[in-house]
Design a protein around this ligand. Sequence first.
Ligand SMILES: [Zn+2]
Ligand SMILES: [Zn+2]
Length: 195
Amino acid sequence: MARSVFIFNTHDLPHRAGEMREYQLSLPVSEAIGVDLLSIKPTQVISVELRITSVDEGVLATGEITALATGECGRCLDPINWPIDEAFTELFYYETAASRAMEKGKKGGKNFAKRDEKKDVDLEADELTFMIGDEIDLELPIRDAVILNLPVNPLCSEECPGLCQGCGEKWINLPADHAHNPEDPRWAALKGLNL
Ligand SMILES: [Zn+2]
Ligand SMILES: [Zn+2]
C-alpha cells in the first residue's frame, strides 16, 4: 500500500522543548474526505500551513487547513463549492512517553488483575496520540477539522426553494401558479414519454 500523504516526518525538529519549525504542505487527496453530500474529492489538494513545536512530551502540531469541498445542494441538487478554512491542534507523544504511560498503568505490580491492566492501557491509547519514530500522522486531526467544518445538509443558498415534487423541476424556474393535476397538459405530455 502506498504511504499515506498525511504522515509527516519531524526529523528536522530538534528534541528540545521550544524548538519550532514551519512548513507549507500540499497534500493530494486519494480518497474523499467529508460527508455524503459534500466532500474534498480525490485529485483535490489540501493545503496545510503546519507548525511543529518540540515540547517535553513530544511534538505539538498546529495547522491551518485550506481546501475546497464540492457536492450538491440538499434541496435542488445544484453543484456547490464549499471552501474550507479550518485549524487543528494535536499533541503527538514520543513513543518513550508512551511506554512510560504503559509502565504507569502497570504500577499495581505483578498481581495486578489482567482485566484492569488492559483497561488502563486502552484508556491511555484512547486519550493520547503517539509518534511512530519521528513521524506524526496528520490524517485524523485534518479529517476531524474538515468534517466539523462541513454542514450535514448543504444548501446552494439558505433560501433555496428546492424542486417541485411533482415534476422534479426547480421551483426557481417555475411560475408561481405551477401545480400538477391530471388535466395539466404538460403532465400528460410527460406521461406520454413513459419516463
Ligand atoms: Zn439549492
Ligand atoms: Zn412540477
